[in-house]
Design a protein around this ligand. Structure first.
Ligand SMILES: [Zn+2]
Length: 127
């Protein structure tokens, strides 16, 4: 297969406009959500827990429903949707707190959460 690298370049201005990039409050929610997810993804304890469920490359067993064949496992917030909490924080403190103060509030919410390692399907049921 020959792939011409020039066929795989685009100019930045052709990237589709998102709903959040034109709305400062939505962009703030998105940024906080991305960092909160990164925080979970990079956490060594969560990584280790996922690793113990690994059967082979892209094959994990879910510790909740015991099914296998999952390409990834997720870190689910039990009983609380963190996305909703992030929305609430931004609604309440938009224009009054700095980004770092907002992030700190998100982390405080997460500190009060129970996080379950599970498959996508069980993640949906945790919420
Ligand atoms: Zn499951």
């Amino acid at each position: 297969m020959f792939l011409d690298s020039l066929d795989y370049t685009i100019t930045g201005n052709t990237i589709k406009k998102t709903s959040w990039e034109q709305d400062a409050q939505k962009a703030l929610v998105k940024a906080l959500r991305e960092l909160q997810q990164k925080r979970l993804m990079e956490d060594p304890t969560i990584k280790n827990l996922k690793e113990t469920c690994k059967i082979a490359y892209k094959n994990y067993q879910c510790p909740v429903c015991s099914t296998t064949g999952h390409d990834i496992l997720q870190a689910a917030h039990v009983g609380t949707i963190i996305k909703t909490k992030i929305n609430d924080i931004v609604n309440k403190y938009f224009n009054t707190l700095s980004f770092n103060e907002l992030l700190d509030k998100v982390i405080q919410e997460e500190n009060n959460s129970i996080i379950q390692i599970c498959c996508r399907k069980c993640n949906k049921q945790c919420e």
